[in-house]
Design a protein around this ligand. Structure first.
Ligand code: GUN
Length: 288
């Protein structure tokens, strides 16, 4: 499954939304806050800013040192909450250890394009479509729809129970609508017999953060496999000495699965496209 191609389609729609807003004198603006200098986070943040600019939106990056106190981050979030020209706010994870990740709850839910605020989490869980859905799981849903994957009645197994991917992913696949309606199982590090669970999956979504945790023998023939993993592993053959490795053993699983997302080029591009879509939606809802 080609995430780059589907993401390009999503960005096309987002660009139309931006043009319509600009006609009303509204330029959607996304403010991304990066605390510290984790190289992976810095790279993600750069691509978020670039994508915003490419679509005619304003992308602002606020960089704060790794020694930032929680109160200083809260002050920045409060300022962005109060600024009417800012439509979307994203605090890049992970945060340095002196900052409680729950600070993201400080983001006004109507600007919470990450969908991390408990109000948005709650709306997702009760099936209220008025909230923001976290970008990676939202992107997986669009991929499944674009590739016409039959979800209704399917056994969906999610590996990983993070608040960013696993839990919202499970909530989405469980929704009462024809693009979901799955029987959902969520696996994690305490799951007794992981292969016996994954072999039951018609749709297997892997967000464990462990390179090649899913091997060919763990996949039911014909299953649809979505790899959310982005692990940086050493590779002497690569120019940089490292490369991205998914949570799925791609070469082995492609022999068994009917559809499979690559890493890179699968879920990753969808995440950014959905962030752009959420930002345009935030601007549309704000109406200013
Ligand atoms: N770090 C990894 N993924 C994400 C994400 O979707 N949003 C934020 N804010 N940080 C992340």
């Amino acid at each position: 499954m080609d995430g780059r191609a589907v993401a390009a389609k999503v960005r096309e729609r987002v660009a139309e939304g931006v043009r319509a807003l600009r006609k009303q004198g509204i330029v959607p603006r996304l403010s991304v806050v990066l605390v510290g200098d984790d190289p992976a986070s810095a790279a993600y943040v750069r691509s978020k800013a670039r994508a915003s600019e490419e679509l005619g939106m304003q992308g602002e990056t606020i960089r704060m040192p790794g020694t930032t106190a929680e109160s200083e981050l809260i002050a920045v979030i409060d300022r962005l909450n109060a600024d009417p020209s800012v439509h979307g706010i994203l605090v890049q994870m992970p945060l340095p250890k002196q900052i409680d990740p729950d600070v993201v709850r400080r983001v006004n839910p109507s600007k919470d394009v990450d969908g991390f605020h408990p109000v948005n989490v709650g709306k997702l869980l009760i099936g209220d479509s008025g909230g923001f859905v976290p970008c990676t799981p939202a992107g997986v849903m669009v991929l499944l729809r674009e590739y016409k994957v039959q979800t209704s009645g399917a056994n969906c197994v999610v590996i990983g129970r993070s608040n960013i991917v696993g839990k919202p992913m499970a909530a989405l696949m469980l929704q009462d609508n024809e693009n979901a309606n799955c029987t959902v199982t969520v696996c994690h590090r305490h799951t007794a017999d992981l292969p016996s669970q994954t072999r039951r999956a018609d749709i297997l979504i892997v967000a464990a953060g462990r390179p090649k945790i899913v091997t060919g023998d763990m996949v039911k023939p014909g299953a649809v496999v979505i790899d959310v993993g982005t692990n940086r592993v050493n590779d002497p053959k690569a120019k940089s000495g490292t490369r991205l490795q998914g949570d799925v053993d791609f070469d082995a699983v492609r022999e068994v699965a009917s559809k499979l997302t690559p890493v890179p080029g699968g879920v990753g591009p969808m995440t950014i496209a959905m962030l752009m879509a959420n930002t345009v939606r935030a601007a549309e809802m704000a109406g200013r």
